[in-house]
Design a protein around this ligand. Structure first.
Ligand code: PMP
Length: 451
């Protein structure tokens, strides 16, 4: 075993890493010192290079250290680094709100800033509850969420998630939501297509709302792709039906576009593909191109108006010290400029086509039970026996082994369980795509050899 580099030794003396069983460092899980980033690549302190196929937890859009975003932050830092947003305002916060509202689905009229995705979800849940209450409806105290959903790690956000690994331990502390089935097309019945599957699941949501609708504040969803749940994808028809059902029951629709927003699914926001507008929309991750922590919750005028009153108790008193941080807003504005100047969505459609072509080839591996894609999100579902949908035993840790193998091939894959996925920065070049495909195939082949 080679000696640990100095930085890793110092790290393991003082740091506690997110989403990590620290016991596994460094023997089971390597700890990788990164010196810099360039385009879609991370460059190690020792010169090793890894293609970042997961956009650093789905945050990065246009490459690491993208010069235009870096320059915008540097410029802003010399003018105004931060000011509290209660009672004060500044150009970057206002300009960003104007631009987000111009891009967002119609009907969203106000922007509330937070500084990470989980905080945005907390804001949306509290806003929904409080808005009903302000309108005199105190019976609405529950949320509806989907099976296999993920909305973050703080207690409220975790409450409306359904991934046992994250939720189970904290269950005694959490709100108890009502769960509706995920419209996930992977769970379609034999002979059922994605749309029929979506509509069948929507009828179960209808039944749930018929029974409990008058006690529900909001339905919270990840439109089109349940990302942390294994990149599970559904047909937009489900979103249309969900919107109708929410309207019929006076329930808010919260679209958590934290992972899928900013072009990941092929449109700027996933809701666009169903032609629907949510009552509340949560944004974070790609909002700053992956440079700065920032989140925004967009709300309808009706929700906003329900808080206007002489009473402070009817106001939304939620606050975060770094709300609307000017550096983060400057990064977000530079990110939106790049969407305009580089015709990003059109370019991504071409890039996605190339990724899909490579993905189809890889998907011929006999242990790949499903290959699916929506826009710039592509996923391969690995199973011990695809014919009978038998998963690998969890203790085989196939995903972890492929992660380690991919690193040896200069690629960051970070599977979700046994689901391998690609969600690369949009700047990925043809040469990078070729590397992504070759290294992915080599890593799979190393762990699951086939003739
Ligand atoms: N919602 C969704 C859909 C997410 O994918 C995530 C993060 N993976 C979050 C919320 C939480 O965001 P954060 O990690 O910034 O708290």
């Amino acid at each position: 075993m080679p000696a640990l580099p100095d930085l890793c030794r110092r790290d393991l003396d003082v740091l506690w890493h997110p989403c990590t069983q620290m016991r596994e460092h460094p023997d089971v899980l390597p700890l990788l010192p990164v010196a810099r980033g360039e385009g879609a690549w991370l460059i190690g302190a020792d010169g090793r290079r890894w293609l970042d196929a997961v956009s650093s937890w789905w945050t990065n859009l246009f490459g690491h250290a993208e010069p235009r975003i870096a320059a915008a932050i540097a410029q802003q830092a010399t003018t105004l680094e931060h000011v509290l947003l209660a009672g004060f305002t500044h150009e970057p916060a206002v300009r960003l709100a104007e631009r987000l509202l111009a891009l967002a689905p119609s009907g969203l009229a106000r922007v509330f800033y937070a500084d990470n995705g989980s905080a945005a979800v907390e804001v949306a849940l509290k806003m929904s509850f409080h808005s009903h209450r302000n309108r005199g409806d105190t019976r609405r105290t529950r949320f509806v969420t989907l099976r296999n959903s993920y909305h973050g790690e703080t207690l409220g956000a975790l409450s409306v998630g359904d991934i046992p690994l994250y939720r189970r331990t904290y269950a005694p502390l959490l709100l108890e939501p009502l769960f509706a089935p995920s419209p996930d097309a992977f769970n379609a019945l034999p002979g059922e297509d994605a749309e029929a599957c979506a509509l069948r699941c929507a009828e179960e949501l209808a039944a749930l709302l018929d029974a409990h609708g008058d006690t529900v504040c909001a339905l919270i969803i990840e439109p089109l792709v349940q990302c942390a749940g294994g990149m599970r994808m559904h047909h937009p028809a489900w979103l249309q039906r969900a919107r109708q059902l929410c309207d019929a029951h006076g329930v808010h629709l919260i679209a958590d576009e934290i992972a899928v927003g900013f072009g990941r699914t092929g449109t700027m926001f996933a809701c666009e593909q169903a032609g629907i507008s949510p009552d509340l929309m949560c944004l974070s991750k790609g909002i700053t191109g992956g440079f700065m922590p920032l989140a925004a919750v967009l709300a309808t005028q009706a929700i906003y108006d329900s808080f206007l009153d002489d009473s402070r108790e009817r106001a939304f008193l939620h606050s975060h010290s770094y709300s609307g941080n000017p550096l983060a807003c400057a990064a977000a504005l530079a990110t939106l400029d790049i969407f305009d100047s580089d015709d990003v969505l059109a370019r991504n459609a071409v890039t996605a086509g190339k990724l899909v072509a490579h993905g189809r080839h890889i998907a011929q591996h006999p242990k790949i039970a499903d290959f699916r894609h929506t826009g710039m999100i592509l996923a391969f579902e690995l199973m011990a026996d695809p014919a009978t949908r038998t998963p690998f035993p969890a203790e085989d840790r196939i995903g972890l082994r492929i992660y380690r193998a991919a690193l040896r091939h200069g690629l960051v894959l970070r599977p979700l369980g046994d689901v391998l996925y690609w969600m690369p920065p949009y700047c990925i070049t043809d040469e990078d795509i070729a590397h992504l495909a070759t290294a992915t195939q080599a890593a799979i082949q190393e762990v699951l050899p086939c003739a």
